[in-house]
Design a protein around this ligand. Sequence first.
Ligand SMILES: C[S@@+](CC[C@H](N)C(=O)[O-])C[C@H]1O[C@@H](n2cnc3c(N)ncnc32)[C@H](O)[C@@H]1O
Length: 284
Amino acid sequence: MITAHLFQAPRQAGEDAIQRLTRWWHARRRRAGEVWLVGAGPSDPGLLTVNAVRALKRAQVVLHDSLIAPEVLALAPRRARRIHVGKRCGNHRTRQAVIHRLMRRYAAAGYRVVRLKGGDPFVFGRGGEEVQAMASAGIACQVIPGITAATGCAAYAGIPLTHRDYAHSVQFVTARFGRAGDEPDWSALARPGHTLVFYMGGRRLGLLARRLLRSGRGADCPVAIIRDGTGPNQSVRLTTLAGLLAEPPEQTNAGAILTIVGEVVALHPRWQTAPGIPANATAA
Ligand SMILES: C[S@@+](CC[C@H](N)C(=O)[O-])C[C@H]1O[C@@H](n2cnc3c(N)ncnc32)[C@H](O)[C@@H]1O
């Protein structure tokens, strides 16, 4: 008898634990999880919004892009699961469908999920697709906007995107157009007094310069190429459209590149003395 009890007690305890775990799991599944799509801003952790900090502090799972500052990731509780779903070495990117699946799976299991994205989720961030994917799965999803690279980098570089005397409009443009039919309307982009901010243009800046020149934008139109904007290694190269065509930036994977084209660039404090700027180039 005594021997039988000795063997039964641990078995009973094990079964109890399994039942408790099963009950906990079902209760968690019944409690709907939530997803926040959070914009982390371009690089400087100081650009995070108060709402983004709040969401991060409550997160149980953080699915994050590459290039998110460690200080930002550290805002999530220590026990929160952090999963990198951004671009990895060698340019391999986690497939969008896999990201959707992870978001769905954790939310369906009752977790508070933060999908942390660089800049603003709705500016060239595929945030729209992620919201759609959650909606079609019946999962609640809130969006917390972030400072997009254009406004963050321009501010840290000292370039106003609009100015009463130089630019009355600004346009954010992706340089990732695929086939010829996807190309933007270059003659609309090339009008003077209009600031252009090119995202994802690193490898295509020569092509962009050629298209704008061909569509009538002046060869001396000022250009700023901002690498790693708002971060500790931010660099700004000042040139003109002609200079960009003659000498596009080195094609490297190092750092994110944002390109501002327009008269407002001449308001940069170094414009007059920047190397390679011809004396007659548009000046502020
Ligand atoms: C996939 S898009 C994401 C944009 C993001 N959702 C936003 O609102 O800024 C990535 C591009 O944003 C720009 N970018 C993002 N962060 C940047 C930074 N710190 N400095 C310069 N460009 C940046 C680059 O053009 C980069 O190729």
